[in-house]
Design a protein around this ligand. Structure first.
Ligand code: 13P
Length: 255
């Protein structure tokens, strides 16, 4: 099950658990999410901690749940003496189908720059993983009217050297940094404008065919009450949900 391009018609809603939930909590969550998945019109994904990947994927298979399971980060190397790292091959091997790359928390706390993210994106595609690439401006960039420039820079840097075909495996997540975990969600029109910039940038990079079909998700303090308004925008093709995905009830209600 690959996502990415050519599937914009159905919304894609992804939960990013970040560093939350042990194995037991993860499995209980799936039991509670299952009834919501059965009713969902959306395509659904969950990015879980490395330690939960194997049990979660096993249970998803047993319960035959329609959901993609992915990781939240990976190494840019195929293998080697890199203590503490996890390779794309290892992630794919346990049955995960996608990986989130370039999340602002990784860019900020772990000093990942565009060139590093770019190497990871290329590595993920080589390992047959789909990618959710995160981009988003700081509050400072927004207040200085530099949203477009800032998004362009991140997109061009993180996607440098990728060809049209590679975009079949790539979703973009627009996550304005000022909206992540702050309770301050972007207004639907504000987010829509940024999504248009992103689509235009992709168009300039690889042409209209790809840009028309690439899914662009919004992330940053999405709650059940704000999900529908965001999804109603023509260029918002899905959501990347952090805090509100931690409860199966609240995540399920968005589906
Ligand atoms: P919050 O929904 O908690 O703001 O997190 C968003 C996010 O970073 C998803 O990747």
């Amino acid at each position: 099950m690959s996502f990415g391009a050519f599937k914009r018609k159905s919304p894609y809603i992804v939960g990013n658990w970040k560093m939350h939930k042990n194995v037991r909590e993860s499995l209980v969550y799936l039991d509670n999410l299952a009834p919501h998945l059965a009713k969902s019109q959306a395509e659904v994904g969950l990015a879980v901690p490395f330690t939960a990947l194997i049990p979660v994927i096993q249970k998803v298979k047993e319960m035959n749940l329609p959901i993609h399971i992915g990781a939240q980060n990976m190494s840019d190397y195929p293998e080697g003496a890199f203590t503490g790292e996890v390779s794309g091959e290892m992630i794919y091997d346990v049955g995960a189908t996608f990986v989130i790359l370039g999340h602002s928390e990784r860019r900020h706390f772990f000093k990942e720059d565009d060139a590093y993210v770019n190497r990871k994106v290329k590595r993920a595609i080589k390992e047959n993983l789909d990618v959710i690439l995160c981009v988003g401006e700081t509050l400072e960039a927004r207040s200085e009217n530099k949203v477009k420039v800032s998004l362009e820079e991140e997109l061009k840097g993180s996607l440098e050297g990728l060809l049209e075909d590679h975009f079949q495996r790539i979703c973009i997540a627009y996550e304005p940094i000022w909206a992540i975990g702050t309770g301050r969600v972007a207004k639907p029109e504000e987010a829509e404008q940024a999504h248009i910039y992103i689509r235009d940038t992709i168009k300039a990079m690889v042409g209209p065919e790809v840009s028309e079909h690439t899914r662009i998700l919004y992330g940053g303090s999405v709650k059940p009450e704000t999900a529908a308004g965001l999804l109603a925008q023509p260029n918002i093709d899905g959501l990347l949900v952090g805090g509100a995905s931690l409860s199966a009830q609240s995540f399920g209600s968005m589906l």
